[in-house]
Design a protein around this ligand. Structure first.
Ligand SMILES: Nc1ncnc2c1ncn2[C@@H]1O[C@H](COP(=O)(O)OP(=O)(O)OP(=O)(O)O)[C@@H](O)[C@H]1O
Length: 230
């Protein structure tokens, strides 16, 4: 269970509140207008932004004062954060060891993760030698090797075409099936939410609302969402 306990987040004069729980294993989309605070919410959960007040708990652990690296979280941003001078295998290895000095079993873990995302034959390639979809797979493999129970994706596949994006979302869903990780995924595309997330967190008007059933929310959107969906 992820608990956001009377959380208030601020960035200059921007202010966002959140007060709800997300059961373990939930797949939640985070949607809402541009500038509403979706990335701010994820940044706070990941530990990159200190809350003004309130707390964040995972199971019974209070994470509020825990640094990003020590939270049970793996995060993926839109640009994938791949390092151009490192190979696919090295980029994945960074998820385990920032200094890239892997023990033998860790090398195997990296290989297995790259195989799992369909890149067994591309381990020595650098990002520039990979397609956009393959680069996304490397980034996903890096999330996978971290074996964290909470996965945060911030518009991870926005740069991909519709077919490739759907393929990546299906791969994420498969990986979640295998690991029972909890997912929070920011997306601007309601179709992404319908495809992968049974629950949706609406961020609008200064509030991150508790997760609700995705289909019900999108089929009968409240005013704030209706305006955004157009
Ligand atoms: N580092 C920062 N310093 C000051 N204000 C910031 C900072 N980062 C974001 N903001 C402000 O916080 C608000 C929320 O931004 P945030 O990026 O969380 O929105 P978002 O919902 O993710 O938007 P988008 O869908 O456009 O990515 C915005 O008003 C933004 O201008």
């Amino acid at each position: 269970m992820l608990t956001l306990d009377a959380l208030t987040l601020t960035q200059d004069d921007f202010r966002l509140t959140a007060d709800f729980k997300i059961p373990t294993g939930t797949r939640a989309a985070v949607i809402g207008p541009s500038g509403a605070g979706k990335s701010t919410l994820l940044a706070a959960i990941a530990g990159f932004l200190t809350p003004e007040s309130g707390g964040i708990r995972w199971q019974s652990s209070d994470l509020t004062e825990t640094g990003p690296g020590n939270r049970p979280i793996a995060m993926l941003f839109q640009d994938n954060n791949l390092f151009p001078h490192l190979t696919a295998a090295q980029n994945v290895a960074l998820g385990l060891r920032p200094n890239l000095r892997l023990a033998r079993d860790e090398t195997k873990t990296v290989s297995a993760a790259l195989s799992r995302v369909g890149l067994a034959d591309h381990q020595s390639r650098k990002p520039a030698q990979l397609s956009g979809g393959q680069q996304s797979r490397v980034a996903l493999a890096r999330v996978l090797v971290q074996s964290r129970p909470l996965i945060l994706l911030d518009e991870p596949f926005a740069a991909l075409g519709p077919a490739l994006k759907a393929e990546m979302l299906d791969l994420v869903a498969e990986l979640l099936d295998e690991t029972n990780a909890t997912l929070l995924m920011v997306s601007h595309d309601p179709a992404d939410a319908r495809r992968i997330a049974d629950q949706t967190i609406l961020v609008a008007d200064g509030t991150a609302h508790p997760p609700t059933d995705t289909k019900a929310l999108l089929d009968t959107p409240p005013e704030a969402l209706k305006a955004y969906l157009g």
